[in-house]
Design a binder for this molecule. Structure first.
Ligand SMILES: *Cc1c(COP(=O)(O)O)cnc(C)c1O
Length: 432
């Protein structure tokens, strides 16, 4: 079945790129998207992202621009800021960061001097590159001290691999950081800002909460909010929050000037106003009661996926999940199977996810012993717990029978049938 491509009308001049966009739409529609940091935005968010606002220079902030012609852009950015403050109950919002990484670097720049100490989570225990990885510029400018997880536990009644708050406090007392960073990129449990506030106060540190992953869960009331507890909250708009690719910062009114100045002119030039318009659209969507239903379903789906995978023999890092993601230790399923191979096998079976280090991973970060899965995208497509159990079965089959190409092809066909019943873009044309 073929119908007109949604891109061909716009891109008739460039069939090469139009064809590639068509290919990517087809890929997103016909394979399972289980990358924990991805989602399917609404057609309205796509439209705003592809709008004429991409033409406009608007260095500065609403009412204080360095270029003319910003009457409309000012209204758009103000709307985005107001909606974001309303959504999270925050005093001040900056919607200009081009990405989550820029939001974090902007905050460090706003609050710290080069060489100051930051206490943040270790990358190999679930932290982000911008939390002081040697590969990140952040570690070259600021001095990082890292905390991690409690040891794994063999006793099911004592959950292991939880954020070690005693260690956070001990390190804070020892190193007296100016800033403590809460938040992670590969941690399946709830992170409560309240647990960090007392520690930050005890050592006179500021508290930043990097909410990149669970921002949408907080917006939907399915995860405790750090707003009003942490001094600054950064996040991405494209993960569970389901907006365009980008970042944002929430802060107290007291820190507003410093934060704004650190993003522009401190770190970035002209803001991406087309992305800011799309952020405004996403923030309105997240205020709708249906988004709360969505956020709770994302969490219920992750729990169903985790339980079903555990029954297939995978060990769950941190013993389970409270949020949208599941971190698997592959070694209990198959001692020979690496994260790298699992990711490649799943790709062939039409299941998209990413390998991940697990705490104290004996393999290198390029190979790994873990797999990170997330439910934000396929929940948007309409999947529920029944489909999660199906996915766990398909994924396990593909990995178990990875030497047999016919078996992989059979899984791929079942995946395609499942995806056909849950099209993320039913209103877009194209070869579905
Ligand atoms: C994804 C993520 C970021 C960075 O977001 P980008 O938009 O990819 O730069 C920062 N912090 C955490 C915890 C993340 O998970």
């Amino acid at each position: 079945m073929s119908s007109p491509s949604p891109f061909s009308a716009w891109l008739a001049e460039d069939p090469e790129v139009a064809g590639l966009l068509e290919d990517e739409l087809l890929r997103q529609r016909t394979t399972l998207q289980l990358i924990a940091s991805e989602n399917f935005t609404s057609p309205a968010v796509l439209a705003a992202t592809g709008s004429v606002l991409t033409n406009k220079y608007a260095e500065g902030y609403p009412g204080r621009r360095y270029y003319g012609g910003n009457q409309v852009v000012d209204e758009i950015e103000d709307l985005a800021r107001q909606r974001l403050c309303e959504l999270f109950g925050a005093e001040h919002a900056n919607v200009q960061p081009h990405s989550g990484a820029n939001a974090n670097v902007g905050v460090y720049q706003a609050l710290l001097e080069p060489g100051d100490t930051i206490l943040a989570m270790r990358l190999d225990q679930g932290g982000h590159l911008t939390h002081g990885s040697p590969a990140s510029i952040t570690s070259k400018i600021w001095h990082f001290v890292s905390y991690g997880l409690t040891p794994a536990s063999d006793d099911p009644s004592v959950p292991g691999e939880m954020i070690d708050l005693d260690q956070v406090r001990d390190l804070a007392l020892e190193h007296r950081p100016k800033l403590i960073v809460a938040g992670a990129t590969a941690y399946a449990r709830t992170i409560d800002a309240a647990d960090y506030r007392g520690i930050a106060d005890e050592v006179g540190a500021l508290l930043m909460f990097d909410l990149a992953h669970p921002a949408g869960l907080v917006a939907g009331g399915a995860h405790p909010s750090p707003v009003g507890i942490a001094d600054v909250v950064t996040f991405t708009t494209h993960k569970t929050l389901r907006g365009p690719r980008g970042g944002a910062i929430l802060s107290t009114e007291e820190l507003a000037k410093k934060i704004d100045g650190a993003i522009f002119p401190g770190l970035q030039g002209g803001p991406l106003e087309h992305a800011i318009a799309a952020k405004a659209v996403a923030f309105k969507e997240a205020m709708d009661p249906s988004f709360s239903v969505y956020a709770h379903q994302v969490v219920a789906n992750a729990a169903a996926l985790a339980t079903a995978l555990e029954a297939e023999g995978f060990r769950l890092v941190s013993g389970g999940t409270d949020n949208h993601l599941v971190l698997l230790d592959l070694r209990s399923f198959d001692a020979e199977l690496t994260g790298k191979e699992a990711q490649e096998v799943m790709d062939r079976a039409g299941i998209t996810a990413n390998r991940n280090t697990i705490p104290d991973d004996p393999r290198s970060p390029f190979v790994t012993s873990g797999l990170r899965l997330g439910t934000a995208a396929e929940t948007t497509a309409g999947m529920g717990e029944t489909q999660m159990v199906q996915i766990a079965g398909l994924l396990s089959r593909a990995l178990r029978e990875r030497g047999d190409e016919d078996a992989i092809a059979a899984v791929r066909a079942e995946v395609a049938a499942l995806c056909a019943a849950f099209d993320p873009y039913p209103t877009l044309a194209g070869e579905g």
